[in-house]
Structure formats: C-alpha cells, structure tokens
Design a protein around this ligand. Structure first.
Ligand SMILES: [Zn+2]
Length: 474
C-alpha cells in the first residue's frame, strides 16, 4: 500500500492508507524480496490479527525495510538483527515464515483467503439457515427480499450500463470461463488473474485473492462478502444496510473489475488492483457531472434523430437487408435510457431473400436479445412499415410474414410492455452501420456482455469499423 500519493488522493483515501481500517480487514504483507515493506510501517509479521510493531528506541531509522533484516543472500532471516529489534516471541513468529524468494516482489495477501474463508462461509450459512427460508444450494434467498433488491438496483443514480452489469452478475450471466464451459465450450482455464481457481462469476468479480486489495481499500465496508458464495445472495442479505452510494460504488467496482479482467485476457495489459478503488471514485465523480449535463439537454426537442427511450424502456432498433447472392443480414441494437448500448447482434441467413421477412426475423431475434438482457419495457423501431403495421394490428390471413408476426407477438408475452414504431430510414443509420459489417462478415455474432467499443458509448457514434474480435460471444 505504497500508493500514498496516487491520482488526486481524497481524504478518505488518505485515512485508509494511514492504516487501521486496513488492518481490521485482514490484510498482511507477504514478503518476497522485502524491499517494499516497511519494518515499522506495514503489517508484515504473521499473527492472527495483522499488526504493526512499535519501533524500539535503539532503532533510529524510521523507514527501515524488511530486506535489511535478511541475510546477505536474501534467503533467510538474520538472527542478530531480529534479536536487536524484537522480543523473542516476535522473532519466533517472524522466523516461522521464511521470505518467499520465488514470489519476487512483495505482495499484499489477505489472511482470510488461505484456508479460513470456506469454513467461515459454511459456518455462516449453517447459522443463517433459519433466516433464509429457501436455503438450499445455489440461489437461496427469499423472494420478497430479492424483489426489493431489484427495485433498489434499478433506481440507483448511475448510468444503466453499471446497473445492467450488476444485474447480470447477480444472475450469473457474464461469460466467465466457467459459464462458457457450462454452455459446452471446452475451455479448461483457470482464473486469469490468480491462475489458481476456476473462474466463476463470484470468484472473478469479488472473491479472487487478487481483488481483495480493492475491497480493503474501498471507502465502504464490504467485508460481509466473505460470508457468501454468490453476488445476489451477498447483496440481498447484506446490502439492505448499505447506503445508495455504497451499492452504486459496488456496481461501478465490479464493472471495472470485469473490464480489468478483459483487458488482461484480451489485451494482455494488467491494471494494478491497488488502483481500482481510485478508479471507482473517479467514475462516481464523473457520473455526477454527466447526470447534470444530461438533464439540461433533455429540454431540447430533436426532430428526425434517433432518440433515447424513457426509463424503464429499452429501445431496439432493427435493420435487415437483402444480400444480392441470396439470404440476408439481420441486425439489431438495444440501447437504454441513457443511450448506452446494452446489446447488439448481427446475423446472416441463407434464406429468406425477402426484405419484409428478413425484417420480421430481425425483430424476432432482437426480442430474444432484449429478453436475455432483462428488458421488461421495450420499444421496437423498424423502418419496414408493412411489418410494423402487421405487428400493431394483426390479421388472420395466412402468409409467411403473418406467421412470423404472430410468433413475434406471442414472444412479446415475455415482456411487460412492447411497442412497435415505424421510423424513417435516416433515423436508423446506426443499425445500418452494423448491417454493412454483417454483410462483410457473414457470421452470426451476439454481444451481450461486452458491447463492442464502437457501439458502447453514446447514441450516435460514428467511428471506423473495428473487428468484433475477442469480446464477441455467440
Ligand atoms: Zn482468481
């Protein structure tokens, strides 16, 4: 925790770095080469409760580092130096753990992540059985509490991409290695960050040893995480007592954790976990500014331009196009009330080759996507007037298009509200952009976890095409 003077350190940040909070939460320095650990400043001596030792009067150097207490070759403790500084009992403790030369750099470790954590969880769950009526394995919390939690989540004063991500993490629908294996993909990989455990959702976003520093540095107390094994359970049971800001910050934090994981996995760049909480605070600050400017722009009327849906609606824009040598391309983009993209897909099909049929199929696929990301109120926009008319006032004449439309209307029962609107083609050009790509790619791609960058920010971004690449999940 040498991060004393990072990017605009806040007062809270400083007080945390100062110490006590950190100690309470079970963090200890693990010694590698001992060059970064302060003998009198860091909790490095093995003990039940991490502690910082008082400096005796005969030692004048305040910022002595632990490597100065090692033998010259760095692989053992120098008995004489230890004895000059510590009581015998402390020396014994220190000598019980030899410096871990192979570890190299010194690291923070979390005392509870060694063995203790699972027994703590098991014990806690036994005690709580009576309280959680439906306890079993997996998701086991009473329904009322869960509903109250969802309501609270959707009202949080943050951009919906963070809310949607938290919501999806709660339901376990992010494509971790483990989740992909469940879908039949043979991946056989451990968590990319710790290389030590299977990468489940809870592990990847909360429980990975590599992340513990984030929770310890956080402005809020997230220590109740150690009693739980999945995010929904944790939040439904514990977040009742949290402030809005604490819950909102958690949503931002796990979003950044996932982004960090993807950066490592796909771009091989490592963002230091010790920087994460500062990033969370920065996002929280920025979000306040954004909310302010968005509110002002709402009063400007916009004509013939794509418009954001009103909360709680998400808006689905569909476009389909015929491909000259057969079949067609379907695409859809789903955006929330802030204009942020929450899902996008492009499909190509060999059949049909009819624009209206393709449009109807595009809408059907779009509804599927909207259902998957959890929309309850959906506004569908299409520039195919005939299809929109048929969906608005269905009639019984038998035709392929009509059959497709009736199927669409049946699927609409999965939502609370679905509206169909015709819009002029010129308002649909974002979708048109993805459609040109689909024709080139001729492959079926659905993004729901990580929306490709060029679509993820703002309603009408035009940028050069980039490959769907690694983040595409089918
Ligand atoms: Zn891990």
């Amino acid at each position: 925790m040498d991060a004393t003077s990072g990017y605009r350190p806040s007062a809270t940040w400083r007080s945390l770095v100062a110490g006590k909070e950190v100690l309470k939460k079970g963090l200890r320095r693990s010694i590698g080469n001992g060059r970064k650990i302060g003998v009198w400043r860091d909790p490095w001596v093995p003990s039940e409760v991490p502690m910082i030792l008082p400096r005796p009067n005969n030692i004048e150097i305040e910022n002595e580092k632990v490597h100065e207490l090692l033998t010259e070759d760095g692989i053992g403790w120098d008995d004489g130096k230890l004895a000059a500084r510590f009581k015998e009992e402390v020396c014994t403790r220190i000598k019980s753990v030899p410096p871990d030369v192979e570890q190299g750099e010194d690291r923070w470790i979390w005392e509870m992540d060694s063995k203790g954590v699972y027994s703590v969880k098991t014990g806690y769950r036994c005690v709580m059985t009576g309280v959680w009526r439906q306890i079993d394995l997996g998701l086991d919390i009473d329904e009322g509490a869960t509903m109250r939690f969802w309501k609270r989540l959707w009202k949080l004063p943050i951009t919906s991409k963070y809310k949607v991500f938290l919501w999806r993490s709660c339901l376990g629908i992010i494509p971790t290695v483990e989740a992909l294996e469940h879908r039949g993909m043979n991946i056989n990989e451990q968590c990319d960050m710790c290389n030590n455990e299977p990468e489940g959702v809870f592990h990847a976003l909360v429980d990975c040893p590599e992340l513990q520093i984030l929770w310890v540095m956080a402005k809020y107390d997230y220590s109740s995480r150690v009693y739980h094994t999945n995010i929904l359970e944790w939040l439904v049971v514990e977040a009742v007592e949290w402030s809005e800001e604490q819950l909102a910050s958690l949503a931002v934090a796990i979003y950044l954790v996932w982004e960090r994981r993807n950066t490592k996995k796909f771009a091989s760049e490592v963002i230091c976990a010790e920087e994460l909480w500062q990033r969370v605070e920065r996002v929280m600050e920025e979000l306040q500014t954004v909310t302010f400017t968005e509110d002002r722009s709402k009063s400007e009327p916009i004509r013939f331009k794509w418009e954001k849906p009103e909360y709680p609606y998400t808006k689905l824009n569909i476009d389909a196009s015929v491909i000259k040598d057969g079949g067609g391309a379907l695409e859809g983009i789903l955006r929330d009330e802030t204009g942020a993209c929450v899902g996008v897909y492009t499909h190509s099909v060999q059949y049909p080759n009819d624009p209206m049929l393709l449009e109807a199929m595009g809408i059907r696929n779009g509804l599927d996507l909207a259902h998957k990301v959890g929309s309850t109120h959906l506004m569908v926009e299409s520039d195919a007037k005939l299809v929109v008319d048929m969906l608005r006032s269905p009639y019984d004449k038998a035709s392929t298009l009509n059959a497709l439309c009736r199927e669409i209307l049946r699927f609409c029962q999965n939502f609370q509200v679905v509206n169909f609107n015709w819009i002029p083609r010129m308002c649909n050009f974002v979708v048109d952009f993805t459609s040109r790509k689909a024709r080139i790619d001729r492959r079926n791609v659905v993004w729901t976890d990580s929306v490709p960058l060029y679509l993820s920010e703002g309603p009408l971004i035009q940028s050069s095409p980039c490959s769907p690449g690694d983040k595409a999940v089918q």
